[in-house]
Design a protein around this ligand. Structure first.
Ligand SMILES: NC(=O)c1ccc[n+]([C@@H]2O[C@H](COP(=O)([O-])OP(=O)(O)OC[C@H]3O[C@@H](n4cnc5c(N)ncnc54)[C@H](OP(=O)(O)O)[C@@H]3O)[C@@H](O)[C@H]2O)c1
Length: 325
């Protein structure tokens, strides 16, 4: 088999395209012939050594892929050779993966491999932030940082289903035009516009009901100036580092606003298999009915994983980058 492995952290040059022996399939595992592997910003963070959950090296990168089962371990009765599946949890940047049966999600024939590979991380994250962490209701307004990214584009379609209004932030006017066309009701360029003033203008000084923030860093504080009474912030990423916010001050200085903040990590859902499988069923149903469709920015050969990382690191993508083994 071929795979992209890293032996140490570093730049895009540490991504090595290697020929490896296919690992032996244990009784509780299956072998998947990978047709599409999805690239996530967390892969970039792992490659750079900046992720809180680092693998043991050498490691094959990637956490989500889709393909066809070619071998089934002796203890598995519910999966079969030839079945089309999502392999969730990695490894993904490879032509083949040996995966625990508990990480396999069968997909219907009508779902394309690229869309299946792109589904798990961004849609489970977007879905559970809207419906498990917060439980949004129709008519609410949600402010989304990194609105043109993978999660931001997944939110567009889930927001339409939930009947909520989205305000998105991006750094590029070209991206702003595209995501507005896709469904963001309002888009603000955070590099050239005064975000707080614009959000308060859009919401007529009421503020937004929910802020979805994967950026963190020094700009996190401004979230508290754009929140409605009882408004909530979900912090789920460290694109600009951990928030520099003093939460005691941010929450305590306006107690009458009843603001709240929570942290979201998808591992919280993965550690609850019943909840994860129920939401997969919902999301695959949405895919089949055409209510959601992952936005694919680029498809690249597996050997060009470095280029895929560069696209994410240069913030060029609108939606997902897919590797084709
Ligand atoms: N907690 C979880 O379970 C979980 C799950 C999924 C993803 N995440 C994290 O969430 C983040 C977004 O994921 P994604 O798949 O949507 O990533 P993505 O597609 O790579 O999008 C990230 C976008 O963030 C924007 N950005 C980058 N640096 C920024 C900065 N300093 N300030 C403001 N915006 C900046 C850029 O868009 P513009 O140029 O348009 O601003 C960039 O394209 C990643 O950090 C990822 O690791 C966390």
């Amino acid at each position: 088999m071929k795979a992209i492995r890293i032996h140490k952290t570093g730049g895009q040059d540490v991504l090595k395209f290697e020929t490896l022996e296919t690992p032996i399939c244990q009784a509780d595992q299956v072998v998947v012939n990978i047709k599409s592997a999805s690239v996530n910003y967390s892969d970039v963070l792992i490659r750079k050594g900046d992720y809180p959950y680092m693998p043991t090296f050498p490691a094959i990168l990637g956490n989500e892929a889709a393909g066809i089962i070619t071998k089934v371990g002796s203890a598995i009765k519910h999966l079969k050779v030839g079945q089309r599946v999502i392999a969730f949890g990695g490894p993904a940047y490879a032509t083949e993966a040996v995966v625990k049966a508990s990480s396999i999600i069968p997909i219907p024939d009508a779902v394309a491999f690229d869309e299946a590979a792109a589904l798990p991380i961004i849609y489970l994250t977007a879905y559970h932030m809207l419906h498990s962490v917060r439980r949004v209701t129709a008519g609410e307004t949600v402010l989304v940082h990194a609105a043109a990214g993978g999660v931001g584009t997944a939110l567009i379609q889930l927001a339409k289903i939930a009947n909520i209004t989205l305000i998105g932030l991006t750094s590029k006017d070209a991206k702003a035009a595209v995501i507005k066309e896709m469904g963001y009701q309002h888009v603000i360029n955070y590099k050239t516009e005064d975000v707080v003033a614009r959000v308060n203008e859009i919401t007529k000084d009421k503020g937004v009901d929910l802020i979805i923030d994967c950026i963190g860093g020094p700009r996190f504080d401004a979230n508290f100036k754009m929140l409605a009474t009882l408004g909530h912030i979900i912090w789920y990423g460290i694109v600009a580092g951990p928030p520099s916010t003093d939460f005691k001050v941010a929450l305590g200085s306006k107690p009458h606003k009843c603001h709240s903040v929570s942290m979201f990590h998808l591992y919280g859902i993965l550690n609850n298999p019943a909840l994860m499988m129920a939401s997969f069923k919902t999301l695959i149903g949405y895919l089949l009915s055409g209510q959601i469709k992952p936005v694919i920015h680029a498809r690249l050969p597996l050997s060009e994983a470095g280029k895929a990382h560069a696209i994410l690191e240069n913030h060029e993508n609108i939606g997902k980058v897919i590797l084709k083994p």
